[in-house]
Design a protein around this ligand. Structure first.
Ligand SMILES: C=CC1=C(C)c2cc3[nH]c(cc4nc(cc5[nH]c(cc1n2)c(C)c5CCC(=O)O)C(CCC(=O)O)=C4C)c(C)c3C=C
Ligand SMILES: [Fe+2]
Ligand SMILES: [Fe+2]
Length: 383
């Protein structure tokens, strides 16, 4: 066996407040996050949204210490995974490739080449597949691979998702059980899975399997937990004016409070590391909503981070990937061509040359209207 590498993929986050705007610019420049009818509009819109959103986003990062802990935690996960694999008799180098901030995926790939890695497992740190997360990183890697003959010599395999891995389910069940046993009524507390949302169009138009995988994942964790507590699954972190997956976390919390629920144990389900959406959004924003609505106990299950059962699960996923038939980037789910991703205007795609010209003109007009709408209503749209 040649030199072995594991490339961990994640989204990345701003290390300090000055990084917030360029980080947001990178995120909104990605057509897997926002797809416009004309690629020419992508950069100006990314500039506009990142500029308008930066202040509010910076305030949130300020509340969690002035930056995202994602890089530090992902590096710790990488080191723990390396040690675990070493204990299991595999000598691997672990690399971290973030999609929108340092260390960028491109930086990781350059290091992989310098280290003459011959066999590589590409492992996203998202248990469930979404075209907006794992899909976006795979598409980037596919583009990088296609133009680099040196990379094409590496025998690689990808892991599209691993939400049903037994060790991961056990790690989640253990973390939930520990938190449940701390509340007043462990057998009656309501377990509340809060998954990251995506716009409905990703599922219905682009064929994203994300919702199905999230629903299956919550059910499997409950099975593994083997307790009779009631549970709810809801979706957090929506951005922009379009419809996202429902029920929304804030609405669902209020409804449960109205039904008389007093104890909530919140489980972040799309994330394996603490970051702004657990530390600020759940711990601060949703806690306030819950307390205001009459919830007496608002407990939060920690993200797995470097939990030993979780790290062993990642090691198992790597070993399984090495033993299975190699899977290529191009074999994983790609959004259907010309799918409209957020924002969801009613664009018609032209089949003739003149229709294409008209679409271009309409796109410009639409963009101007969008700019105006963003300007007039930015507080509601972007915060
Ligand atoms: C606008 C669309 C967005 C989609 C779709 C989306 C999907 C998605 N994101 C994560 C995980 C993370 N997102 C993070 C930050 C982040 N994401 C968006 C937007 C979308 N995400 C924004 C605007 C931001 C920046 C923060 C903000 O301004 O609110 C992060 C990094 C957090 C950090 O600590 O820095 C993660 C991780 C998932 C899992 C997901 C879909 C499944
Ligand atoms: Fe988000
Ligand atoms: Fe996000």
């Amino acid at each position: 066996m040649g030199r072995l590498g594991v490339l961990l993929l994640n989204l990345g986050g701003p290390d300090k407040l000055e990084d917030v705007r360029p980080f947001l610019y990178n995120l909104f420049s990605d057509p897997e996050i926002i797809r416009l009818p004309s690629p020419l509009l992508q950069a100006p819109l990314a500039w506009l949204i990142s500029t308008l959103r930066a202040k509010k986003s910076q305030e949130n990062y300020k509340k969690i210490g002035g930056g995202s802990p994602l890089r530090r935690i992902t590096e710790a996960q990488g080191q723990a995974l390396r040690s675990q694999l070493q204990q299991n008799g595999r000598d691997v180098s672990v690399y971290i490739g973030m999609r929108y901030w340092h260390p960028f995926t491109e930086e990781a790939i350059a290091q992989i080449k310098r280290d003459n890695i011959e066999e590589l497992v590409v492992l996203p740190l998202y248990p469930q597949f979404s075209i907006s997360t794992t899909g976006s990183s795979f598409r980037l890697l596919d583009r990088i691979w296609k133009v680099d003959p040196d990379l094409q010599k590496i025998k690689y395999t990808v892991v599209p998702s691993w939400y049903d891995n037994s060790g991961y389910l056990q790690a989640m069940a253990n973390l939930i059980a520990t938190e449940l046993d701390r509340v007043k009524n462990p057998s009656a507390a309501h377990i509340f899975f809060s998954a990251h949302g995506v716009p409905v169009s990703y599922i219905e138009e682009a064929g994203d399997p994300y919702q199905k995988e999230i629903e299956a994942c919550a059910a499997l964790i409950m099975q593994r937990l083997n307790r009779t507590n009631p549970y709810t699954l809801a979706y957090q972190s929506r951005v922009g004016p379009v419809e996202w997956l429902q029920p929304y976390t804030d609405v669902a919390i209020e409804e449960l409070a109205q039904q008389g629920v007093k104890e909530l144990v919140v489980v972040p389900i799309s994330f394996v590391s603490e970051h702004i959406e657990t530390l600020e959004e759940i711990d601060m924003e949703y806690r306030e909503i819950a307390e205001h609505a009459g919830i007496e106990t608002f407990a939060r299950v920690p993200a797995p981070d470097t939990d030993p059962t979780f790290i062993q699960a990642l090691a198992d996923v790597v070993v399984k990937a090495l033993n299975d038939r190699p899977k290529l980037f191009s074999e994983t789910i790609q959004p259907q061509k010309n799918t409209k991703l957020y924002p969801q205007e009613r664009w018609e795609w032209g089949m003739t040359q003149s229709a294409e010209v008209w679409n271009g003109r309409l796109a410009m007009l639409g963009f101007l209207i969008l700019l105006l709408e963003l300007w007039l209503g930015r507080a509601q749209i972007l915060q």
